[in-house]
Design a protein around this ligand. Structure first.
Ligand code: ADP
Ligand code: MG
Length: 316
């Protein structure tokens, strides 16, 4: 194993009866990296995380964290990893500070050291003002930030966050994600987070993996993914013209390289993987006597791909 590979999955598979929840997943996550495991509900993200943590046994394949096999050495793995589950639980009748102190002492820290760390972390996650407020009164976003502090108080090398942005308002999401990235970059912590919201997490992830129905569709930097999936030339053409008849739209649909055409109110969007499409579209439109009022061509972004592949995830 290469030293900088902190999490290493090889042929990881999990079956529940006949159902394959995770299908032959291989992936390496490097030290200090923020990695986003992205996929719709039911893709197998939580199942993968549980196997990484050694909380669920793989049907096949292997997981290593910091060089330890998660299945055989789950205790060693738990010492290295801070885990924030999708449902964070706190003692609602205790304050935020008391909850953190409890975690610190359970992890073998002295009360003094624990209290000092807890106060530092509350400051870092922006909860100093609520330190002495009962956790039961915290909003969902505050609980997630307290959860982050709770995970960090163990001084983990790796943190794993399952759907950390779920149920938080958009502003809270931005703040939480920025905080996660900042903590990772300042302290060299490796972060694996799962999400089904690409647009939320794409700015803070060094790399993402697109996970659909238990399979990894592609992984890489956000910029490289679109290319990997669509090839070099994936792009979208938008054209406004009138009159855009069904016949014109039909002709464009038949062009080689065109994946999809949408047409509404004199405006047409064309998804293509061939550079020559723009030229052909213009020829068809102009030769039928249309007036073109606007025309644009853009590389297809990941959002576009995400929507296309992630339609059809299991419903919540
Ligand atoms: P995600 O976290 O991406 O939403 P999950 O890992 O929770 O996906 O689930 C992946 C698939 O495995 C789903 O079809 C889910 O119903 C199934 N699954 C998850 N946990 C269990 C379990 N304990 N028993 C049976 N099926 C499960
Ligand atoms: Mg899940």
């Amino acid at each position: 194993m290469r030293l900088n590979e902190i999490i290493k999955l090889k042929g990881l598979t999990k079956k529940y009866g006949e159902k394959i929840a995770v299908d032959n997943l291989s992936l390496s996550i490097r030290k200090g990296e923020v990695f986003g495991l992205l996929g719709p509900n039911g893709a197998g993200k939580s199942t993968t995380i549980l196997m990484i943590l050694g909380l669920s046994e793989p049907t096949q394949g292997s997981v290593q964290v910091c060089g330890f096999d998660s299945t055989r050495y789950s205790i060693d793995v738990k010492k290295k990893v801070g885990y924030l589950p999708d449902q964070v639980g706190f003692y609602e009748n205790r304050t935020g500070l008391e909850n953190l102190l409890l975690t610190a002492t359970l992890n073998g820290q002295t009360r003094e050291r624990g209290k000092q760390r807890a106060l530092e972390l509350l400051e870092q996650v922006g909860l100093t003002y609520a330190a002495n407020q009962k956790a039961g009164t915290y909003s969902r976003g505050m609980k997630q930030r307290l959860g982050l502090a709770d995970v960090l108080i163990k001084d983990p090398e790796v943190i794993i966050l399952d759907e950390p942005t779920l149920g938080i308002d958009p502003k809270g999401v931005q703040e939480l994600l920025r905080l996660i990235r900042q903590l990772s970059k300042e302290h060299g912590i490796t972060v694996l987070l799962s999400s089904h919201h690409l647009h939320q997490v794409q700015q803070i992830c060094d790399r993402v993996g697109l996970f659909v129905k238990g399979k990894l569709l592609a992984e890489g930097t956000v910029d490289s993914l679109a290319q990997q999936i669509l090839g070099e030339n994936g792009h979208q053409i938008k054209i406004k013209a009138s009159p855009l008849t069904e016949e014109i739209v039909g002709q464009i649909r038949k062009l080689a390289g065109v994946d999809r055409v949408e047409h509404e109110d004199g405006e047409m969007s064309i998804w293509s993987r061939k550079d020559t499409t723009l030229q052909h579209v213009l020829e068809i439109v102009l030769s039928s006597g249309c007036q073109v009022s606007s025309l644009s061509q853009e590389k297809i972004g990941l959002d576009e791909i995400y929507q296309r592949y992630f339609e059809g995830g299991e419903q919540e």
